[in-house]
Design a protein around this ligand. Structure first.
Ligand SMILES: [Zn+2]
Length: 335
């Protein structure tokens, strides 16, 4: 049975185009999902998956969601949106279900994926990150037709932090959504067999040595993207409270949460070796043989990709997007 995944908004019956909400994501919901999120989802869909990505038109405008479910033999539907609000401070995502229903397993798995990436808001029948609605066309039409359906809001395009996560961490977000939808994930970047990710460990007896003053963040996602620096973590040996996504929560007090740090920041500068280089889009670079992991993923860079010439497609603050691999590599790992 098919899991139909619909991009919200889009082409309407009268020929006009509804871009959806915008905010910091200027292209709007529909184009973001079609151009950025769907390609990332495709990269992570596991072999033999039953997911169909749909973006031909705005389904709620065509008013044919029940017929569409039948056409695709869909057993369930997930429709993807992001929010926007006048208040910049509004942030976080949620999963919308019909208000007479409690969330099912897939709703909760998607809620967990959203929570991991941007955090969640609202609650319904005691479940955080779920909203119960009865004033949305597709929500009502599917409830009436007996089709399993939810609408997910990935965060607020009008909030800088959410918008940054949606765009700069789109690959990671897609991966979390695929995991929630299919239960597994394929990492085509590394062509590794899918394997369950280790659960983040809490309050270990591990210690971690910070060798110089580095930025501290409120969550692992911020530490990873080096956004919203909240404090400075001075050089010292700390207790490891938690590890997630390659980031470490270091604390002066064992068993208490401290600050999230990016271990890549924790390097003593070694003179000329750390001199920042400038990179340009279109520039040809090679991945050094000393390179270990991709910069925005925990996966290892296969040896066969190293010492070959590639093109820079995009330049980040600490990394570059390699066009041929569609992967981010640390600037310190290319030459
Ligand atoms: Zn929308």
């Amino acid at each position: 049975m098919v899991h139909l995944v619909i991009a919200g908004h889009g082409k309407q019956r009268n020929g006009t185009f509804d871009p959806g909400a915008t905010g910091y994501i200027k292209k709007g919901e529909h184009k973001y999902v079609v151009e950025d999120l769907f390609p990332a989802i495709k990269r992570h869909l596991p072999k033999g998956h039953d997911v169909v990505l749909f973006s031909k038109y705005k389904v709620s405008n065509y008013g044919n969601i029940a017929a569409l479910a039948k056409e695709y033999k869909a057993s369930q539907i997930t429709e993807i949106h992001f929010d926007a609000a006048a208040a910049e401070s509004a942030r976080g995502g949620h999963v919308i279900v019909h208000k007479s229903f409690a969330p099912d397993k897939a709703d909760l798995a998607l809620r967990d994926a959203i929570k991991k990436m941007v955090g969640v808001r609202y609650s319904h029948k005691g479940h955080e990150g779920i909203s119960g609605r009865d004033n949305l066309y597709n929500v009502n039409a599917t409830a009436k037709a007996g089709i399993t359906y939810r609408l997910i809001e990935l965060g607020f395009g009008s909030n800088k932090r959410d918008a940054d996560i949606l765009t700069k961490q789109v690959d990671q977000y897609a991966k979390e959504l695929v995991k929630a939808i299919t239960g597994k994930v394929s990492d085509k970047q590394t062509e590794q067999a899918s394997k369950p990710q280790a659960k983040p460990s809490t309050s270990t007896s591990k210690t971690y040595k910070v060798v110089k003053s580095i930025a501290g963040y409120v969550n692992a996602a911020d530490a990873k993207s080096r956004k919203n620096k909240k404090t400075t973590v001075k050089s010292n040996t700390y207790h490891v409270y938690k590890e997630s996504n390659g980031m470490i929560n270091v604390s002066a007090k064992k068993g208490s949460p401290g600050s999230w740090i990016n271990p890549a920041d924790n390097k003593k500068s070694t003179g000329s070796a750390s001199k920042p280089k400038t990179f340009k889009v279109g520039q040809k670079v090679k991945i050094k043989s000393s390179a270990k992991k991709y910069s925005r993923s925990t996966a290892s860079i296969p040896t066969r990709y190293k010492n070959k010439s590639y093109t820079i497609q995009q330049v980040g603050s600490n990394d570059v997007l390699i066009k041929e691999l569609y992967s981010w590599i640390r600037k310190s790992d290319v030459q």
